[in-house]
Design a protein around this ligand. Structure first.
Ligand code: ZN
Length: 179
């Protein structure tokens, strides 16, 4: 644990005591002398995912990775982007230190990250995860993305949702409708 004041890597423990299911340590930075407190807690060995029907299933990084890879299939994403996204989610999950997490919470974490990464992957994932029952719900999601994209005047890292080359025979005015 680096010193929160100066960033020095080393500190000494000046006091330590047990607190509910963990240890509280009072530390002093060996460089600037500042004092700070850390808590150490046992990481639950297994994280369980609570499904919508209340069944519990052991959290699987691979399973999460497969789902996201599928959504990102053939999208021109930077190498390692999907793995980083999964790493990020896994780290956040374990950081929460809970023994159980609802599957919906994980789904939301994926959605939030895919939305920033790639619109098509986001829609693909959403269509499975949100279980769009009809085309209207899907259209609503796409419309939301399009209007958000239209508001952004500066070019972003985001890939365009619609191809720039238009299909032959479609009148220009019909291509992209905006509200
Ligand atoms: Zn320090």
């Amino acid at each position: 644990m680096n010193c929160p004041y100066c960033g020095h890597y080393d500190s000494k423990v000046i006091d330590s005591r047990d607190v509910n299911e963990g240890i509280r340590r009072r530390r002093q930075c060996l460089d600037c002398g500042s004092r700070f407190t850390t808590y150490e807690r046992l990481q639950p060995a297994t994280l369980f995912v609570v499904k919508k029907d209340q069944r519990r299933e052991e959290f699987s990084r691979d399973k999460l990775l497969i789902g996201i890879r599928k959504a990102c299939e053939k999208r021109p994403l930077p190498t390692g982007a999907v793995d980083r996204l999964v790493d990020d989610i896994e780290a956040e999950l374990y950081q929460q230190g809970k023994a159980e997490i609802p599957s919906t919470a994980i789904g939301d974490m994926v959605m939030a990250r895919l939305k920033k990464l790639d619109n098509i992957a986001y829609i693909r994932f959403a269509s499975v995860y949100r279980d769009f029952t009809d085309i209207t719900a899907l259209k609503h999601e796409v419309d939301t993305l399009l209007s958000a994209e239209a508001e952004v005047s500066q070019p972003t890292s985001q890939l365009p949702l619609l191809p720039t080359e238009q299909p032959v025979g479609v009148p220009r005015s019909h291509r992209r409708r905006r509200k």
